[in-house]
Each structure stands twice: as C-alpha cells, then as structure tokens.
Design a protein around this ligand. Sequence first.
Ligand SMILES: C[S@@+](CC[C@H](N)C(=O)[O-])C[C@H]1O[C@@H](n2cnc3c(N)ncnc32)[C@H](O)[C@@H]1O
Length: 253
Amino acid sequence: MGPLQLERWFSSVVHGRDVASRKTMKNDLSVEEILSSVNDADWRSLEQQIASDLQDVIVSDPKNRAMDRLEKNYSKYFDLETWIRYHLRHARLMDLHSSNRPRRILDVGCGSGIFLHVCKALGHAGVGIDVNSDMYQRMAEILGVEYVPGLVVPFEPLDERFRGFDWITAIAIKFDRRDFANRDATPWALEEWKFFLRDCAQRLNEGGKLYIKPNFFKLNTLFEDPAITRLLENVASVQTPTGEFIIPREAVL
Ligand SMILES: C[S@@+](CC[C@H](N)C(=O)[O-])C[C@H]1O[C@@H](n2cnc3c(N)ncnc32)[C@H](O)[C@@H]1O
C-alpha cells in the first residue's frame, strides 16, 4: 500500500461510514445504534451500586489507597458512549464492520467487555479474559458478553480452552506492565513478548490474526525497550500511527 492509499484507508477507518465506501460496509453500525442495544437502566443501576459499595468500603477503611484510586477511576468505565466509539474504531480497523462471515474473537485484558459487545453488535462472537473482578463480571453480563476471570502470566500459556479463534485482541493492555505485581516489578522484556505472541498465534485458525494495542509507556514511546517495538513492527502486516498492530498468525509461527 502506497502512502496515499494508506492515508485514505486510515482515514476511512477513523471517520467510519462518512468516508469509507458504503458498498463494502454491509454490517456497519453507528455508535448510537450500538449504544441503544445496551440496557441503560441496568447499566446506570450498576453504576450507582458500585458508587455506593465504594463509599461503604471507604468509610470502613479510610486508609485504603487502592479504594481512593478506584473511586477516582471507576466512573470512567461507565461512560459507554466514549468506549463504544473507541472500540468501534478498533473493530473497523480489523474490518469487522464489513466482514461477510461471523468471526470468533478472544479479547485478552478485556476489561468490562465493551469491545466484545461492539463485535457482537456487528455480528461476531467472542470471549474475554481479565482479572477476577466482580464489577467487570456484572458489566459483561449486562453487555451480554462472555467473560472469563483469569490472569495473563509471563511465560505461561493461556488456558487450554482458548483455541480456534479468528482474532485474538489485546487492546490498551497492561498485563505486560505487571499491573498486579510489586510496584518495582519490571515490565515484560522481549522474551516474554515472543512467548505471548507465539502462544496466541497457536490458538488462531488458519488465516487468523492478532490485534495488539499496547498502552504507551510514555508519550510517543510504546515500550521501555525499543526491541519490543521492532519485534511488533517486523511481524505486523499493518501498523497504524496511533500504535495498533495487526499481525498475521503465519508471521509469528
Ligand atoms: C487499560 S485497561 C483496557 C481494558 C480493555 N481492553 C479496553 O480497552 O477497554 C487494561 C486491562 O488490563 C487488565 N489486566 C492487567 N493485568 C492483567 C493480567 N495480568 N491479566 C489479565 N488482565 C490484566 C486490567 O484489569 C484492565 O482491565
């Protein structure tokens, strides 16, 4: 793809149906259409319940710093419109809006499952894995997506049940930062990444792909170790300026 084509393709994905050819987007939906498929009353009621549970914990344990952090952060998870818009862009980058057959997706570090909900609205099916969180579990139930609690652990394969996917996605992931380890734990090095990519690739169907969006380590830097960025660049068939990588299974195996 030349620079002009790449720019057009990227622009069509980012701006969605306004720019891209309508002919190829049989299944595409707007943010509003996807938003309307969520039971708003259940979603708001869960938000209120989480707020009230949090207050109870903060009152009974005022020195708990983790609760301070959660209190500041939890409400952003309930901003459905923002996250649907964010994840619809990923789904479009993966061509899930114009696919002529349902795809099976494993979303690693899925959070509450909003990406999988977007995929489901577009006609696909999937399962998500993330930490054992009651809040995520209940959000996933409202969104009608399958959520399996479980940790991604360096140099450990994912659960054997996870096989036969067309896509494995890892969006805005933090498991490579040792999120749940000690504060001084070092992030994944090159070998941990190689292991993870190979393990995921083995779980894909023929023609399957990985979609990886790392969290930026710091502004404009994906990883502390640039060798990891080079690894992803070398195996990716598509790399966007905003740090998403599409990696064909065959490039890793
Ligand atoms: C920034 S959030 C992104 C969530 C979701 N992918 C999204 O884009 O909305 C990072 C997620 O990684 C999860 N996570 C962090 N460490 C993990 C681990 N070792 N195993 C599984 N999930 C992990 C967190 O619980 C959190 O949901």
